[in-house]
Every structure is written in structure tokens, then in C-alpha cells.
Design a protein around this ligand. Structure first.
Ligand code: GTP
Ligand code: MG
Length: 137
């Protein structure tokens, strides 16, 4: 468990927070293994979030994630998945601890600034969704 996958979501990109968020991630000890600035379509966002297909907010989530460019990255650190979830804070920014990325930069439970994988298995699946072998260290 030394890798996780993240996306800086369209709200945080549009609000000018890419630099501040990457700075916080790097200062927390994560190394960047792969990174790209990319726009999801409704189709690719729908595929990425297929596990949430039955959730009531699926349509809203897919619409939001395809509303503007994102930064996708694979990050490396000991205990990456758990430590990164701690760094980003609760899904709902109103419930996120002080100093977490979502508490600082998120607008709402939907526009919540950043994604972090919830397991090593999903980190691998999600990283492979965005990056080819050529693009990874
Ligand atoms: P991710 O790191 O983005 O996966 O967030 P999470 O693991 O904290 O939350 P979860 O996987 O349960 O939900 C995935 C994403 O769906 C969240 O990050 C939110 O952007 C969105 N989401 C979750 N609940 C709601 C909701 O009630 N309304 C809306 N609009 N979006 C939601
Ligand atoms: Mg999740």
C-alpha cells in the first residue's frame, strides 16, 4: 500500500487552487508518480464512477466531473491510501477537519475539490484508467 490515485476536481481547478493543493500534497510527503491535466467527458466520467451508478447523485456527479478540466495523478508514500484520505478530509467539506484539503478548498459535498482512492485495489484500477505504462514511473 504505497500508492494512491487522486483528481483535483473541476471546482478546485476553476477556483485557482491547483498550486496550493499540490503544495499541500507534496509537503505531506507524497511523491508524484504520474500526472496529467485532462478533461473528462460525460462518457469517461460515467465509466470512472460506474461503481456509484445506483446512487441517487450519480447523474449530478458525472455532470460535475465533466464540467471542466481536472488534474489526475498517481501519488506515492508509505500508507498512501489511508494517509491521503486523512489529508483530504471528509466527503462533505462542512464535516471535514480543519486544515484538510476539502475543509480549505471544497464548496459542497458535490463540488468537493479532490478525490482520493478508498483502497489500494481501487488506486491501481483508477490509476490504470488514466495512465499508460509509458506515463508512469
Ligand atoms: P471520492 O474521493 O471523490 O471518491 O470521495 P469519497 O470517497 O469521500 O466519497 P464517495 O466515494 O462516497 O462519493 C464519491 C463522490 O460522489 C464524492 O466525492 C462526491 O463528489 C460525490 N457525492 C457523494 N455524496 C454526494 C451527494 O450526496 N450529492 C452529490 N451531489 N454528490 C455526492
Ligand atoms: Mg470514494
Amino acid at each position: 500500500n504505497n500508492k494512491t490515485f487522486t483528481m483535483i476536481k473541476p471546482d478546485a481547478v476553476a477556483n485557482g487552487h491547483i498550486g496550493a493543493i499540490l503544495d499541500q500534497i507534496i509537503k505531506a510527503g507524497f511523491k508524484i508518480n504520474a500526472m496529467k491535466y485532462i478533461a473528462l467527458t460525460e462518457q469517461t466520467a460515467g465509466k470512472f464512477y460506474e461503481v456509484h451508478k445506483e446512487r441517487p447523485f450519480y447523474g449530478e456527479l458525472v455532470g460535475f466531473m465533466s464540467s471542466g478540466p481536472i488534474v489526475a495523478a498517481i501519488l506515492e508514500k508509505d500508507n498512501a491510501v489511508e494517509d491521503f484520505r486523512k489529508l483530504i478530509g471528509a466527503t462533505d467539506p462542512a464535516k471535514a477537519e480543519a486544515g484538510t484539503i476539502r475543509q480549505l478548498f471544497a464548496e459542497s459535498i458535490g463540488a468537493n475539490a479532490i478525490h482520493g482512492s478508498d483502497s489500494s485495489e481501487n488506486a491501481k484500477i483508477e490509476g490504470d484508467f488514466f495512465f499508460s505504462a509509458l506515463e508512469k514511473f
